[in-house]
Design a protein around this ligand. Structure first.
Ligand code: ZN
Length: 471
């Protein structure tokens, strides 16, 4: 037991020691390169905590409108390119050839054939168009209820491919950062509904070790019937494919992708991945839900992180049934911040912890996405049970004041009162026990799982109920 504990301790600490020894020198040498110093910050503290701790406080409704106008007027930095005629270049033409394929209509519920071995190349464009399985674009039979016929959707172009109304398909996206001959493509699922409506985008595993989101995207998308859908749903279940394959949160260069949006075409590796995703996919979205989990052995009650100072975003959160909604203004470079800056309503959804598949968390995420699609008229749900409204929270983190082994007395979702003991940190050598008291009354919306901690570790995320945004 002692041996196991020691071994565990050593493997956990080694990478940190190693990085502590090597990285600061590199960062100091590059004082002018913000990404160098940023990298240290990312490794030292986790986004989940930083995001909340550094958030601007929530403002009153009267103050917020000007700010939003300002945010929306800001053009996407460095992305509005123009061609020689001064016409803006369509986002997808930046990365993919002009000749278009028509996407084959695939029943996403069927098991997919193995993917083609190569990414889209020029020789692919000479291939005959894939056979379209059925007659897309035909309106479905009018409802028995005799409701007014909704407007029919149009074909939709993504990644150089046309997706006809009433069809669903799998496409491939590649940020083109790997050795071309060895590069792998990232699957993109698209359901183009028969009827016109908004475009909802779902992204999972921007941090490659966050698995619940991958499953949330799969279930949400594979349950859709394109012949009944109004609008479109685009899902990228695994954005950070290299991280996913290595069980790592980061990109191959140890950068946190969710700090580099909207990216730069000729920037560092993370910039390029971010830029490619943002230009080729995200710009097509009206609404975006970027799905994450807690990190560094922390777990989250299913919740949204949303900038409640932005009335459009605040309004958007009302569509999510049974979610805890936590105000956080968002850090620069986050996908949701970059999306909101170009007028896309965007939130982060957090569900559970990294490196695990958690059924309850997944179910909560999928149900909430279904409620969102229902409220935007994209699908119609038959039954809604119980009390579906989202609950709004302001929040603070309670940190461990001592190093040792953390043992919690409370559980995720529990209600606690100010001063209550949440858990203990036990020093395994001196046998000292240090209780951790709650700083406020509220609900445990996130917490660390039992583990070895050092002083300053953010252990409990306490939410206190906040006002519901105005309609
Ligand atoms: Zn994440």
């Amino acid at each position: 037991m002692l041996f196991q504990r020691l071994k565990y301790f050593t493997t956990r600490q080694f990478p940190i020691l190693f990085l502590a020894a090597t990285l600061p020198a590199a960062a100091w040498a590059n004082q002018n390169e913000p990404s160098g110093t940023m990298l240290i910050a990312q490794l030292a503290e986790d986004e989940n905590v930083e995001d909340v701790v550094r958030s601007e406080p929530r403002r009153g409704a009267s103050q917020s409108k000007d700010t939003v106008k300002k945010t929306q007027e800001v053009p996407a930095s460095g992305t509005n390119q123009a061609d020689s005629d001064g016409k803006p270049v369509e986002a997808e033409t930046l990365a993919v050839p002009a000749t278009r394929k028509i996407a084959p209509n695939i029943d996403l519920k069927e098991v997919a054939p193995l993917p083609e071995p190569e990414a889209l190349t020029e020789s692919d464009l000479a291939d005959p168009l894939p056979v379209v399985a059925d007659e897309p674009g035909q309106p479905s039979e009018p409802d028995a209820a005799g409701t007014t016929e909704p407007a029919l959707a149009e074909s939709f172009s993504l990644l150089g491919t046309d997706i006809r109304p009433g069809t669903s398909t799998r496409l491939s996206w590649s940020p083109q950062i790997q050795i071309a001959g060895l590069s792998q493509v990232t699957p993109v699922l698209v359901v183009n509904g028969i009827n016109a409506g908004p475009t909802l985008c779902l992204t999972g595993a921007i941090h490659g070790d966050e698995l619940n989101g991958i499953e949330i995207v799969r279930r949400a998308i594979y349950d859709l019937n394109p012949e009944k859908l109004s609008g479109r749903v685009i899902g990228v279940p695994i954005v950070n494919l290299t991280g996913f394959q290595q069980g790592s949160r980061y990109l191959p260069d140890r950068r946190d992708l969710n700090r580099y949006f909207p990216g730069r075409k000729a920037g560092n590796l993370a910039d390029r991945v971010a830029y490619s995703l943002f230009e080729n996919i995200i710009r097509h979205c009206d609404m975006l839900v970027d799905i994450h989990t807690g990190s560094l052995k922390r777990t989250n009650l299913p919740q949204l992180r949303a900038d409640m100072n932005n009335p459009d975003v605040a309004q958007f959160t009302r569509g999510f049934d049974r979610m805890a909604v936590v105000h956080s203004s968002g850090s620069p470079g986050m996908l949701r911040s970059a999306a909101v800056a170009v007028g896309i309503r965007a939130v982060t959804m957090e569900a559970g912890e990294s490196l695990r598949i958690q059924e309850h968390q997944i179910e909560a995420g999928v149900n909430s996405l279904n409620s969102l699609m229902d409220k935007h008229g994209m699908i119609s749900r038959m039954f809604v049970w119980g009390d579906p409204e989202p609950v709004y929270y302001d929040s603070t983190w309670v940190r461990a004041q001592h190093g040792g082994i953390l043992f919690s007395e409370i559980g995720l979702g529990d209600y606690v009162s100010q001063g209550e003991i949440l858990g203990y940190v036990a020093d395994p050598i001196t046998n000292a026990q240090y209780p951790i008291h709650s700083s406020s009354s509220g609900r445990i919306i996130g917490m660390a799982v039992d583990q070895v901690v050092m002083a300053g570790f953010a252990a409990y995320h306490i939410g206190t109920e906040a006002e519901v945004p105005e309609e």
